[in-house]
Design a protein around this ligand. Structure first.
Ligand SMILES: [Fe+2]
Length: 490
């Protein structure tokens, strides 16, 4: 990868040129990437003498947190359930677990630590690019006990590598700033989120429990429906965050026209109004491909919703409950989000708009790591980490509000944006093309912000998720935006 990952500083001087144009359903919107303007982002760093011990402790904690969750999601089911395929969209849960160990062995132990493979014979079985999900149940997978032993043994080796690692990187950029430990912890947490989606798709008795999310705060009812984000340049992406992935890099300046953004994600009450108003029956609101898909797939409501007279019920991790009207809508495709936005006379925000709202602080002119600043996410900031098994009501987490006043940009639900998944100017694939590069292009839409199912290690203001616009089993919702009128954007 790029030389100098370890030498990046909190201030970067990337400059970019060119005009990039992204298409959304409202037409063509142009974002100018401004030449000769220094990106301004702030990332807190420890003092140099503490750096190594801080990285080591952070890496060990991130790996441990991820493993605890992986085991919680698999120890609650018997062997038959772990080996079963609960949806053709998903892997057997035990495939995910062994794949987590295999990637850790491949990237952390072998490529990062320079050690021999523990079980090289397993590489083809757990290569996600070699076997589509639908084919994985027929593979000669490790039995659950053997899979648990395998991930345990890999982890022992990974911790040996961690003990000996030189975080300056030296000849191996994977080790710089502990990147490969962060990458592997993020990978495991992303699979934990996928495994939670498998639990949601699984039929049968409930096996997961968690406390309810916090109630809406007292001021939630008085929040404005939308907040203004003034026109101007901001720093998008990062060159300073040591565990940021290749697709989040480098930092670059983007000039964004003024716009208004929903203060909170679209909630179930508003979405039910769209359904009641015939939104699913009116092609005027739908992208042509979305309308075709709506008809073919017979979509009539978010995934997991069912009618109960005049109201709606939903299934959540094996339990049926009334749809909570004040919670963000979740399990809607990009096509549904896009249709709702047009029905509401609005549009989805572009990715740059979303990130500007989430990171840019006009008070200091900098982009921060999170809406609330640079502090790591705590339970007061955002609904992350599978602490709760649903999004929190709209307006929750006032301590996590962005400078523009928007809430819940991080956590609760992934938010669909209008944008396709494109590389930033100056993108360099790292550590391999299949990490991001092979997915670039308009066939995927970008999601931002993370969900209650995502972990803080894989969630930040720059983090980019992407998926097909028909996808519904992911924990995705959205918020809407509109252009500011000329007199509003001054
Ligand atoms: Fe994976």
């Amino acid at each position: 990868m790029t030389a100098g990952r370890s030498s990046e500083t909190t201030e970067t001087t990337e400059t970019t040129g060119t005009t990039r144009t992204t298409k959304d359903m409202e037409g063509t919107r142009t974002m100018r990437e401004t030449r000769h303007v220094q990106p301004r982002e702030t990332i807190s760093e420890p003092a140099p003498d503490e750096r190594h011990s801080v990285i080591r402790a952070k890496a060990a904690a991130a790996l441990e947190t991820a493993r605890r969750r992986s085991l919680a999601l698999t120890d609650c089911l018997d062997d038959d359930q772990l080996l079963a395929q609960h949806s053709p969209l998903m892997s057997p849960l035990i495939w995910d677990l062994a794949h987590i160990g295999n990637q850790e062995d491949l990237w952390l132990v072998r490529r990062g630590g320079g050690r021999p493979a523990l079980r090289p014979d397993l590489d083809p079985l757990y290569d996600a690019f070699r076997h589509p999900r639908a084919d994985r149940p027929a593979l000669p997978l490790l039995a659950p006990d053997a899979a648990r032993r395998y991930v345990h043994d890999v982890r022992e080796r990974a911790l040996d590598v961690l003990d000996a690692a030189d975080f300056e990187g030296g000849e191996n950029p994977l080790l710089a700033d502990g990147f490969v430990f962060g990458m592997i912890a993020q990978h495991e947490q992303q699979h934990d989120e996928t495994m939670l989606a498998t639990h949601q798709l699984r039929t049968g008795p409930a096996v997961l429990d968690a406390p309810a999310p916090p109630a809406a705060p007292h001021d939630a009812g008085g929040l404005p429906r939308e907040v203004p984000v003034p026109a101007g340049p901001f720093t998008m992406g990062t060159s300073a965050d040591p565990w940021a992935l290749d697709n989040e890099r480098p930092a670059h300046v983007v000039d964004v026209a003024g716009f208004w953004l929903d203060t909170v994600p679209v909630d179930n009450a508003a979405y039910a109004d769209f359904i009641a108003d015939g939104g699913y029956a009116d092609p005027r609101w739908w992208h042509p491909d979305g309308w075709k898909h709506r008809q073919e797939a017979d979509l009539a409501a978010p995934l997991f919703w069912e009618r109960d007279g005049d109201t709606w019920l939903r299934r959540r991790f094996g339990r049926t409950e009334p749809v909570r009207l004040d919670q963000p809508v979740v399990h809607v495709s990009w096509y549904e989000a896009d249709a709702y936005a047009r029905w509401a006379g609005r549009r989805l925000p572009t990715e740059a708009e979303w990130e500007k709202a989430a990171r840019h602080d006009p008070a200091d002119g900098r982009s921060h790591r999170y809406p609330w600043g640079d502090a790591d996410p705590g339970p007061e900031h955002a609904n992350l980490g599978q602490r709760h098994l649903s999004p929190a009501p709209g307006g929750a987490y006032p301590a996590g509000a962005a400078p523009c006043g928007a809430r819940q940009l991080i956590g609760d639900v992934w938010e669909w944006t209008a944008s396709g998944f494109d590389p930033y100017p100056g993108f360099v694939a790292f550590p391999y093309r299949e990490y991001s590069e092979v997915f670039f292009g308009p066939r995927y839409r970008v999601l931002r912000g993370g969900a209650f199912a995502a972990d803080a290690v894989a969630c930040r203001g720059t983090f980019r998720n992407w998926d097909h616009p028909i996808r519904r089993q992911i924990f995705a919702g959205f918020r809407t935006a509109r252009d500011a009128a000329p007199e509003e954007s001054r």
